[in-house]
Write a protein that binds this ligand. Structure first.
Ligand code: HEC
Ligand code: HEC
Ligand code: HEC
Ligand code: HEC
Ligand code: HEC
Length: 416
């Protein structure tokens, strides 16, 4: 590691040991007043996020070809900042090899299950090869395979029947400043529903019909948020995941994002020890800037490890304490193995106690994040069972799950 990189690590570690900044640890800018959705906002969201988004239908005759196009690049020609952010985000990769590789075989063996994935991973009608209506399953005349692979595209959040929807202007105003027809894509219908956590819930919260384990939906982010200190302060998903309206959607795959949300401290009960003394130390993880459980989903794992190391950095045998912070589930999703995520407003602690048998030892504490731990196991099992025509993609996805792990925190505390 070069010197500059070390400095970054040192600064990051120092930053974590500073006391909580005053009484209000939450970022404030842009937070909505706590409270429920207005009737108009609720009505908008129910229609906007209907189970299957209907086809856009014919575009208004005066639309140019770029205004007709649902390709993210077309929107990006006039909205380059949002396009650049989106392209780097996981929303643009939601039909990546891990999903697409499974869908090849699933479409053949369990077509209904395969269709259900698109509701969140590629939700626009033009992304679906088939449509289901009263007559049964039909080939979709509007299907565009080049759109299907693009995942959660701009139009899936912003366009219905070629009408463009967006948030109020930053000053809160919603009225068009000139006749709508004078703007590209006939301007925008603005609604505050875009600023609400409920806007994200249709894909980040399982409903009553979704899989539940131990009384909690497998995907429960919105409900966790609703009962969180962040929600009480009026902070929506967007305030943390779309800061300054940026389309970043950083989450557990991004170490800086996770660092921005958690506060990790390690304290020993004394500054120095002698050989034969009992070392007592406490590692604490608080999540003042996370708006839900940490982690919220069942696929990541956070590994906490404390051990004694000698002057050469070698672990002292028998000194390791390890904990897993995760909602662990087996591959068949049949039950909950453990439920140790840190609830919003909660705190994790590991109390470490060992007799010091020699001088010159340090206490090393590491927190490692495996954002895709479940998928590593899952893709390995899928390959072992035979992933059929999806094999090459699943292999690629498996490699990506291994690369995504990172060290969130590392500290060595001199003890003698
Ligand atoms: C030819 C240029 C052009 C293209 C292509 C275009 N837009 Fe726009 N868009 C504009 C302009 C200009 C405005 C400002 C309209 C207004 O203020 O009423 C706008 C406004 C918006 C807004 C509201 C922005 C705000 O400032 O609050 C959203 C959301 C939006 N467009 C989404 C899209 C999406 C999604 C696509 C692709 C499906 C798209 N646009 C394609 C030019 C374009
Ligand atoms: C997952 C849903 C989602 C997707 C996908 C998405 N947006 Fe947005 N967009 C939003 C939300 C929500 C807001 C309002 C955010 C806020 O105010 O905090 C927004 C705001 C905007 C704005 C207004 C920005 C401003 O500064 O006022 C524009 C323009 C826009 N989006 C364009 C796009 C384009 C172009 C794409 C694709 C490249 C895209 N969006 C993809 C949800 C989405
Ligand atoms: C149409 C469905 C849909 C909507 C609406 C949606 N998301 Fe997502 N989101 C997804 C999917 C699918 C993924 C997983 C992408 C992948 O990794 O394949 C995802 C991923 C994410 C991630 C990254 C998680 C990680 O593991 O790091 C964040 C953060 C996120 N979404 C936040 C939001 C927020 C905030 C909103 C509301 C403004 C929102 N999403 C709206 C479907 C959606
Ligand atoms: C209710 C919305 C929803 C449905 C339905 C859904 N997913 Fe997801 N999926 C998500 C979200 C949200 C994430 C990101 C989770 C996170 O990081 O919090 C995700 C993540 C994933 C990932 C890991 C990210 C990646 O791109 O490799 C895979 C694989 C996946 N889903 C496959 C599927 C498959 C296969 C189906 C259908 C059987 C499906 N999903 C149905 C919302 C959904
Ligand atoms: C107060 C800030 C804050 C709010 C509000 C917030 N989040 Fe997060 N979110 C974070 C931070 C920080 C992380 C990274 C740590 C983590 O993974 O929990 C994160 C991670 C995630 C992830 C990654 C998956 C995982 O297992 O952790 C998803 C998906 C997500 N958030 C979605 C949402 C949605 C949807 C909402 C609204 C219902 C929301 N977040 C509200 C700060 C916030």
């Amino acid at each position: 590691m070069g010197r500059a990189a070390w400095l970054v690590v040192v600064v990051a570690l120092l930053a974590f040991d500073l006391p909580a900044d005053a009484a209000d640890p939450m970022p404030r800018p842009g937070g909505l007043p706590p409270g429920v959705l207005s009737k108009a906002e609720r009505g908008f969201l129910e229609k906007h996020w209907r189970r299957a988004i209907p086809p856009q239908g014919p575009a208004p005759a005066r639309f140019s070809s770029i205004e007709r196009s649902l390709q993210p690049e077309a929107c990006g020609a006039c909205h380059p900042v949002q396009f650049g952010d989106w392209q780097a985000s996981l929303h643009s990769k939601s039909m990546g090899p891990g999903v697409a590789g499974q869908l090849v075989e699933m479409a053949r063996r369990e077509p209904a299950a395969a269709r259900s994935c698109s509701r969140c991973h590629a939700p626009a009608a033009e992304q679906r090869p088939e449509l289901v209506d009263a007559r049964g399953v039909l080939a979709n005349p509007d299907f565009d395979p080049t759109l299907q692979s693009r995942g959660v595209i701009c139009a899936s959040c912003h366009v219905r029947g070629y009408e463009h929807f967006g948030p109020p202007r930053r000053d809160g105003s919603t009225a068009s400043r000139a006749p709508r027809g004078t703007f590209p894509h006939d301007g925008v219908t603005r609604t505050a529903a875009f600023l609400r956590a409920e806007f994200c819930a249709s894909c980040h919260q399982f409903g009553a019909d979704g899989l539940s384990l131990n009384g909690k939906p497998l995907e429960n982010t919105y409900e966790e948020w609703r009962r969180s200190p962040a929600a009480r302060r009026g902070l929506q998903c967007q305030n943390c995941h779309m800061p300054d309206r940026r389309h970043l959607w950083r989450g557990i795959h991004n170490a800086d994002m996770v660092r921005s949300g958690v506060k990790i401290t390690v304290r020993a009960d004394r500054a120095r020890y002698r050989a034969g003394d009992l070392v007592r130390a406490t590692l604490a993880i608080a999540t003042p800037r996370v708006g839900h459980a940490f982690p919220t989903y069942v696929t990541p794992q956070v590994l906490v490890r404390a051990e004694l190391v000698d002057a050469h950095g070698q672990p002292v045998a028998g000194s390791v304490e390890e904990r897993v912070i995760a909602r662990q589930v087996p591959l068949d999703l049949s039950r909950e193995i453990s439920d140790t995520p840190i609830p919003p407003g909660g705190r994790f602690t590991l109390d470490y106690a060992r007799r010091l048998e020699a001088v010159g030892l340090k206490l090393r504490v590491t927190v490692t994040v495996l954002p895709d731990e479940f998928y590593t196991r899952f893709f390995e099992a899928l390959l072992a069972a035979g992933a059929g025509e999806g094999e090459a993609q699943i292999r690629e996805a498996l490699e990506a799950t291994r690369r995504s792990a990172y060290t969130l925190y590392l500290k060595e505390l001199p003890l003698t």
